[in-house]
Design a protein around this ligand. Structure first.
Ligand code: HEM
Length: 457
């Protein structure tokens, strides 16, 4: 097939999918389709409730299963008879463009590569990043308070994780914006490729990231430091093959900033929308910041959904799941399961619960970056509350136009202290997905966020 025929084939498939999703959602009121359309992206929680009313494991119109139950989601994610790709190695997606490393692998490759990445995220290693994070948060807040009004997402929530993950990888400071820019385009495809323009941008960003990482690998082979890239390029082929290094770096880059930005954004949005909770944080930021982070992860998690495929026939809660069938595990719904949480729709940073939320998934793919994400968000909220207790919303929130990842793309706030100096407002940084542009309503998430372009389930 030549390029033109390929483009026509892709365009007709994309627009066909959009039309069928719109029909299933708006006309047939199919909840899975609605989640991918404007109503689901604005507020998925009432749709999750509808799915829950159908039972703990519900068939989808495309022949798979979906669950809003905490118990079922947790047990599927932990069950080794499920995987993230089919037993024959295929992922079933026609639009798969990017190799997302061990996020999309089953054991034993998953185990081998995950083991190599883990040390950089151990509690000891993460504690070592504390000063760097505190310094970055301090600098960002200095600029923001001087501006008086700023966009909390591009001026605060996004630059922090970008600075941290590029530092961890060993990207020189001067290059970090470029890495972030191209990484954001790839991250924007988490919900699926939705237009030819997007497909072209993806291709260009993929090429640019390959070039940038290639240069970085050369640099760190010549001049190794104590960073992830230096360790990976020095590892033997029994630990990681040369062609596996780039995908792992891209995974860490995207996972490192695309999720944490939304954790901070969702936290501040929830806190400002519940002034009593914001006041509770400001009354004792050192004690309450970590609690506010945990409640945000439960109440409005940045990653809303993932999925698993049955590698063999499995009985789930009395329902027979056939080999090759997918189970969509709705993390955002599981975190509001009334069987597990009292008043699940209430945002309460003093909540006492014994149940683990599923914001970081469960089982063998449990997020390796969670200690880092928790630390970044806790320091960010603590210092924000200490330095800007008068913070308030100062304009309309714009949400990302995505389903897998949930968070504000734009959150204008006022420090409450007015503009104090002529220091410029923080320079906006790129954020992925709907932050950069409006995506058409199409493309069900691949389901293994931070994942790759997806397909319907
Ligand atoms: C609030 C922030 C974050 C959230 C909500 C989050 C969420 C998740 C979720 C839900 C998964 C599992 C997906 C699945 O089970 O299919 C995951 C996996 C992963 N996350 Fe995170 N993540 C966050 C931050 C980070 C950070 C900061 C990093 C690293 C820099 C990171 C690196 C990874 C990696 C490498 C995996 C794959 C683990 C595996 O497959 O074994 N994440 N994350």
């Amino acid at each position: 097939m030549n390029d033109t025929s390929r483009a026509i084939a892709l365009a007709s498939r994309l627009y066909g999918e959009r039309a069928s999703t719109a029909y299933a959602g708006y006309i047939q009121r199919d909840p899975m389709a609605l989640l991918r359309l404007r109503p689901g992206r604005a507020d998925p929680y009432p749709i999750y409730d509808r799915i829950r009313e159908g039972g703990t494991l519900v068939p989808t119109r495309l022949g798979n299963w979906v669950s809003a139950s905490h118990h079922v989601c947790d047990s599927v994610l932990r069950n080794r008879r499920f995987g993230v790709r089919l037993a024959d190695g295929g992922t079933s997606s026609e639009t798969d463009e990017f190799d997302m490393s061990f996020l999309e692998m089953n054991p034993p490759d998953h185990t081998r590569l995950r083991r190599l990445a883990l040390p950089a995220f151990s509690p000891k290693a993460v504690a070592g990043y504390q000063d760097r994070i505190t310094r970055t948060v301090g600098d960002l807040l200095d600029r923001a308070s001087a501006a008086g009004e700023f966009d909390l997402v591009t001026g605060f929530a996004a630059p922090l994780p970008i600075a941290v993950i590029t530092d961890l990888l060993g990207v020189p400071d001067a290059d970090s914006r470029e890495f972030a820019r191209y990484g954001a385009v790839i991250a924007g495809a988490l919900d699926g490729i939705t237009s030819l323009g997007q497909a072209r941008r993806l291709q260009a960003s993929d090429a640019a990231l390959r070039r940038l990482f290639g240069q970085l690998f050369d640099l760190r082979r010549r001049d190794p430091r104590d960073d992830i890239v230096s360790h990976l390029v020095a590892a033997g082929p029994d630990q990681i093959r040369p062609d596996e290094i780039l995908p792992m770096c891209v995974l860490l880059l995207i996972a490192g900033f695309e999720t944490t930005v939304n954790l901070i954004g969702n936290a501040v949005l929830s806190l400002l929308d519940h002034p009593g909770q914001w006041q509770a944080l400001c009354a004792d930021p050192a004690a309450m910041a970590a609690k506010a982070v945990e409640e945000t992860l439960r109440y409005d998690p940045p990653v809303q959904v993932t999925s698993r495929v049955a590698l063999e026939p499995v009985d789930v809660g009395g329902k027979p799941v056939r080999a090759g069938q997918w189970v969509v595990t709705l993390i955002g719904a599981a975190n509001r399961d009334p069987e597990v949480y009292d008043s699940p729709g209430t945002f309460d940073i003093n909540r006492v619960t014994t149940a683990d939320h599923l914001a970081f998934s469960s089982g063998i793919h449990y997020c390796i970056g969670q200690p880092l994400a928790r630390l970044e968000a806790t320091i960010a909220l603590r210092m924000l509350a200490e330095r800007m207790p008068g913070l308030s919303r100062a304009g309309t929130v714009r949400r990302r136009n995505t389903t897998t990842i949930r968070g504000p793309a734009r959150l204008p706030v006022s420090t409450g202290a007015g503009r104090r100096t002529s220091t410029p407002a923080p320079r906006p940084v790129p954020v992925g997905g709907g932050a950069a542009r409006s995506l058409p309503e199409s493309g069900w998430p691949a389901g293994r966020p931070p994942g790759r372009p997806g397909q319907s389930r």
